[in-house]
Ligand binder design. Structure first.
Ligand code: PLP
Length: 338
């Protein structure tokens, strides 16, 4: 038995999800003729109370399309220094949009309205035009941390008052919603665009959705084609997405409980210097000088437990729907022996 905590992207479709995929009606989505994709897009837009949605191959693409649509070359994007859009999308903000980035030192990936306000450039020809704020909820590098909704509202007000667009990288937004007992509509109300991943904790093989107003999604569809993300009979993938939105959201609390149980065992180890607060399905812990992160990952692998060294001293474990209670128990037992 291999216990794979490297990411929540490693999940395989369940028999019920595969069944939904196999039976999906499909058509050419570049022509807008795939009934399953249209249904998924409508379902997601309705869930968030937003006008429209666009199915894309990845969360990198949904984020990058949003940034492209909200900015002009030379503009500045404001985000946390650990944001996925900056750290893990291959320099895409510069490559795709020709925009620069203002990085803020947040608290576990979360920035504040005050911080945003303090870095908006004045209307001065010497300065880059601040045009977009990106938030990430939950924050990946923040260890799955969640925003306080009231703070998001304050940031939205700063954006509105200063004419900035507001994008949410919600790759794991549903983890935050389940934890905080919030609704997608509360988020749909505040953001100009939202990206959600179906391929992360929701357990789909492929796919992300971008949500926004009708004219924004029309523009986004054009950019998706330019980026090479126009797919044809991709309704098989959309059917998995629909299945996940209907069946795999409420169960996320199980992943969160599993994460807390494992984290508790890890926090007792003498070689662990610090563990980030575990709010959702991500555990990030820092090791003291006695062992490096890659060395611990190798050690865990000998016990068939796979983790990910995100730096020389930090290890990340991600819980997901292919992690059973039995696997959690075995992981806890293994940590006790290390
Ligand atoms: C995984 C992830 C994405 C998108 O990643 P893809 O692998 O391109 O789907 C975006 N933002 C965050 C925070 C993520 O964790």
């Amino acid at each position: 038995m291999i216990i794979d905590f490297r990411s929540d992207t490693v999940t395989k479709p369940t028999p019920a999800m595969k069944e939904a995929m196999m039976n999906a009606p499909v058509g050419d989505d570049v022509f807008g003729e795939d009934p399953s994709i249209n249904e998924l897009q409508n379902l997601a837009a309705e869930m968030f109370g937003m006008e429209a949605a666009l199915f894309c191959p990845s969360g990198t693409m949904t984020n990058q399309i949003a940034i492209k649509c909200h900015t002009q070359p030379g503009d500045e994007v404001i985000c946390d220094e650990n944001a996925h859009v900056y750290q893990y999308e291959g320099g895409g903000i510069a490559f795709n949009s020709g925009a620069s980035v203002k990085l803020l030192p947040g608290d576990l990936g979360r920035i504040t309205a005050g911080q945003v306000l303090s870095v908006i450039n004045p209307d001065d020809v010497h300065r880059a035009h601040s045009s977009l704020v990106c938030l990430e909820n939950t924050s990946n590098r923040g260890g799955g941390s969640c925003y306080d909704y009231e703070e998001i509202k304050r940031i939205q007000k700063v954006c509105k008052d200063n004419n900035l667009k507001f994008h949410l990288d919600g790759a794991r937004l549903f983890n935050a919603l389940v934890l905080k007992n919030e609704t997608p509509k509360q988020y749909g109300e505040l953001f100009d665009s939202i990206s959600i991943c179906l391929s992360k904790s929701l357990g789909c093989p492929v796919g992300s959705l971008l949500l926004g107003k009708k004219d924004f999604i029309k523009k986004a569809k054009r950019v998706r084609k330019v980026f090479g993300g126009g797919m044809r009979q991709a309704g098989f993938l959309a059917a998995a997405g629909m299945y996940a939105l209907k069946n795999n959201i409420n169960r996320l609390s199980e992943d969160h409980a599993h994460a807390r149980q494992i984290a508790e065992a890890i926090s007792k180890k003498v070689f662990v210097k610090k563990i980030l607060p575990v709010e959702t399905n991500i555990i990030i812990f820092e090791l003291n000088d006695s062992v490096s992160a890659p060395a611990l990952v190798t050690k865990l692998k000998e016990h068939n437990i796979l983790g990910y060294a995100i730096s020389s001293s930090r290890v990340r474990l991600v819980i997901h729907l292919d992690i059973s209670k039995e696997m959690v128990d075995k992981t806890i037992t293994t940590f006790k022996t290390l």
